[in-house]
Design a protein. Structure first.
Length: 261
């Protein structure tokens, strides 16, 4: 007997896509617009909408649909389980496997005014960048730190800079405010940062932002690379890191707001 091919349960996927679409809208949406945007016939779409409305996953007000109480209840159950580390793990593994370098996930720790590595995936190279999870690094002179700062409100970065410059010891490496602001502007424009031995002389860094639906930063995806090895393949590794950060951002909802317009 021939093996049956694995087919997606299309009605279920269609229903989930409809719920996702309605959740992305900033206002109630009509059947006509939904049909056009989802490229679904009104006749088949209407049946799904009626079922979702009957079970209070959607509410229908004068032919326009919004999320209902059942959908909000489901969201309340799901959201506490959101974990950037868990979502990023397949991306980290893929990035480390493809780049043959150490992939890192970091966030800002405002208490220490540093970044902190919250997960990593080391490569299989004998000579590689290695760092324990939980390690902190300065923000201003690391690729991941520059990415994390570039998406912060300017006033917050100004306060960070003032605190940094007022420290009792000279900064190492040195910091020039005009260069610092220019770097953040470039990182935000290009959506990627690279450093070559700025903090650790023997290490190069590449980092790209992980953004949520509203364009706020959740963290930074980065590669730590022995500096000698980075000199031959930096452009390729930069593109790879940027692409995978964009993929992870899409999982976190980034780009969906643009589809609402």
């Amino acid at each position: 007997m021939p093996e049956r091919s694995h087919q997606r349960p299309r009605p279920l996927i269609r229903t989930l896509k409809i719920l996702e679409y309605v959740a992305m809208q900033s206002e109630a949406v009509s059947l006509t617009r939904m049909s056009q945007d989802l490229d679904l016939p009104k006749s088949s779409l209407l049946g799904v909408l009626r079922t979702l409305s009957e079970h209070h996953y959607l509410e229908n007000s004068s032919g326009r649909y919004v999320l209902g109480p059942s959908a909000h209840r489901l969201a309340a159950v799901i959201l506490p389980g959101f974990s950037l580390v868990r979502m990023a793990q397949p991306i980290l593994r893929n990035l480390a496997d493809r780049s043959h370098e150490t992939a890192l996930l970091s966030v800002i720790d405002w208490e220490t005014k540093n970044l902190v590595y919250i997960d990593k995936c080391e490569c299989d190279q004998a000579v590689r960048y290695t760092v324990p999870v939980g390690t902190t690094r300065p923000l201003y002179c690391t690729a991941a730190g520059q990415v994390l700062l570039a998406w912060q409100p300017r006033a917050r970065v100004e306060r960070y800079l003032e605190t940094l410059m007022a420290g009792p010891e000279p900064l190492e490496p040195p910091l020039r405010p005009e260069d610092f602001w220019a770097t953040l502007e470039r990182v935000r424009r290009e959506m990627v940062a690279t450093t070559q031995g700025h903090f650790l002389p023997e290490v190069a860094g590449i980092a790209a932002p992980i953004l949520n639906r509203d364009g706020d930063i959740l963290g930074a995806l980065a590669l730590g690379i022995p500096i000698e090895r980075s000199k031959s393949g930096l452009a390729e590794l930069t593109g790879m890191t940027s692409d995978m950060a964009q993929e992870l951002s899409a999982y976190c909802g980034y780009g969906s707001a643009a589809q609402d317009a």
